[in-house]
Write a protein that binds this ligand. Structure first.
Ligand SMILES: [Mn+2]
Length: 331
């Protein structure tokens, strides 16, 4: 295997210049194949409140320019031990949710046909359903870790089955999730009624509320989640509104009392060793953002997901080769 092609060298091209790909990585068509592909889904026709997540992928890519090649928390160089590439955006019909879902499922299936794992940048949360279908087609029913202020297991809204509030109920109904290992993390805020919780529980979800994370701490929460997940294939879906609006104002349905970006990143790092097969970061709506707070948080979250993918199931490096090009200290 040839050495992975990494990001543009920031000692030669400053970070504010160069390609607008995620972390200034090569495009997918510039490499023979990728172990991990970052793909955007600029789609927000499924939102129930503020629109604008269709501009999420571009904003997260822009905010990712400052990412550096070595992750000290996980002791891994995620762009050196595996080939990571930017697959661009999936072009979806903004006027037909059903067709958009089909397009996303097909595109995700093609992208991962040769074993490439996907980190998807949304887009509203509707996109999780076709991504879960594509993951389950390849790996069988998947465990799901769902970071979100909301349950996203509602049945319908204005009669619509496919919205950003329904993907996980549809996925359970379709039998593509391993219902023995489903968890929401960061849940909070008012619901329509107590039945929202009882129905969610019947679908198989456990809940770690935002308050639970505050009281128990990130390490204990991550340990508990890791035990529940075990060695099942794991899909992580991160709605950026799991973060408090102070940490992620640029999103469609904000709720007070959320996680800090530090708590989210520490929980993710505590999942090292899990069998991660795919992930998404969704609901970044840059028009409501300030000073790139939300898109910076989302880009770092995506970086941590890519770093987790660089770790083997037992927590060791995916490849034993040491990073060659990334050793230097660069701004
Ligand atoms: Mn959501």
């Amino acid at each position: 295997m040839t050495e992975p092609r990494g990001p543009v060298d920031s000692s030669r091209v400053p970070r504010f210049a160069g390609p607008a790909t995620f972390a200034r990585l090569p495009r997918l068509d510039e490499v023979a194949r990728a172990d991990v592909a970052v793909v955007g889904v600029p789609f927000d026709a499924g939102v129930s409140y503020r629109p604008g997540a269709r501009f999420g992928p571009a904003a997260v890519r822009e905010a990712s320019r400052l990412l550096r090649p070595y992750h000290p928390g996980l002791d891994v160089s995620p762009f050196a031990t595996q080939q990571v590439a930017d697959a661009g955006d999936i072009a979806v019909n903004p006027f037909d949710i059903g067709e958009a879902i089909e397009t996303i499922q097909h595109a995700a299936g093609s992208l991962q046909a040769d074993g490439t794992r996907l980190v998807t940048i949304g887009g509203d949360h509707t996109v999780a359903l076709p991504l879960l279908r594509a993951a389950a087609r390849r790996h069988g029913p998947v465990a799901v870790l769902h970071f979100d202020a909301h349950l996203d297991t509602w049945d319908t809204y204005f009669g619509a089955e496919h919205t950003h509030g329904t993907p996980f109920r549809r996925a359970v109904e379709e039998g593509i999730l391993d219902t023995s290992a489903l968890s929401h993390v960061g849940t909070r805020g008012p619901l329509y009624g107590k039945q929202d919780l009882t129905e969610d529980q019947k679908l198989g979800f456990g809940i770690v509320t935002s308050a639970d994370v505050y009281r128990r701490g990130a390490d204990e929460v991550a340990d508990q989640l890791r035990q529940r997940i075990g060695d099942r294939p794991l899909y992580i879906s991160i709605d950026i509104d799991c973060l408090d609006p102070a940490h992620a104002p640029g999103t469609g349905t904000p709720e007070a009392g959320g996680l800090t970006s530090r708590e989210l990143l520490e929980i993710l790092r505590g999942l090292a060793g899990c069998r991660l097969v795919g992930a998404d970061v969704v609901e970044v709506a840059p028009a409501y953002d300030h000073a790139e707070i939300t898109s910076v948080a989302a880009s770092h979250v995506a970086y941590d997901l890519i770093s987790l993918l660089a770790l083997k199931e037992n927590g060791e490096r995916a490849e034993e080769r040491l990073p060659a090009a990334d050793g230097g200290r660069r701004p």
